[in-house]
Design a protein around this ligand. Sequence first.
Ligand SMILES: [Zn+2]
Ligand SMILES: [Zn+2]
Length: 346
Amino acid sequence: MKALFPVAAAVALALAASGWFFVGTRTGQDLLLERFVAAGLDRAAAPRAEGLRVFMCGTSSPLIAPGRAQACVAVTAGDALYIVDAGTGSNDVMLLAGEPLQPLRAILLTHFHSDHIAGIADFNLASWVAGRPAPLRIAGPAGVERIAAGFNEAFALDRRYRVAHHGADLLPPELGVLEAETVAAGVILERDGLRITAFPVDHSPVEPAFGYRFDHGGRSVVVSGDTVVVEPLRAAAQDADLLLHDALSLAIVSALEAGARQAGRIRQATILRDVQDYHAAVGDLPALAASADVGMLALYHLVPAPRNFLMEQIFARDLPDDAVLTTEGMVFELPRGTDAIHVHAP
Ligand SMILES: [Zn+2]
Ligand SMILES: [Zn+2]
């Protein structure tokens, strides 16, 4: 028994020494760095989806939550990537997960609230740097041209500096300029077997506001944008495989409102009261999903995004067990020729 102690001590010493070698010496640090760089590059291969693939790049709303980004849903069909909304932090979520942006074809805007557009410039720069072969299109309801023009102007000097520094061969100037495309309700794109349909939703007083449906390889995904439950959305979601819906927890938001009022924070309480009438209450969503006969209901644009287990339980209290509360980095795979939806939590 006694002999074991020197052996254990020697093993512990050896482990400590190798640990010190890797973090405490230049040679060890450089070796580890090389490994990390190689591992990062390994993840950079673009995913291809014969059916549809959804990556959650932002699940939150203007009520901030640690580790969350604002509204963003990335949909891959074939080798083309489309993003619905680009809230603050969503580009970071994509890049940190190793999701390639070179295949990004367009950002589809549901409406122009800040939590849906504030990250556009980051996506534009990151995909330009990644080698996107055409200008980034920003599609959305009437008014989208003002959004694109505003970002183009705000970042004109940034683009000039970057082209001057890296050269026009690496960063062709024309590919750094956003192209606006105003779309109306109906089919807005049919290409390579992918159909994208815009439909009107109710986010009053924000008008117009859209949701989007993707159909590819016999699979379908519907992204609600910000809205209460309305008939055009139900119709657009009919028989869809996956419905990603805006969701507000009345239990949590009304408790926050009451707490703010009690503390004398009247401005905060007023805003918390106002937001309750233009997002879908969690409790309304199971009936919507059932009447549209969708395969899976998943909630995003969570108001507020749960910060802990208790909040998650309260948020989900009116949901069936098979509904999903999304988190950043969650992936839904919908392979062609099946009914399956594979959900991968990060
Ligand atoms: Zn909104
Ligand atoms: Zn929003």
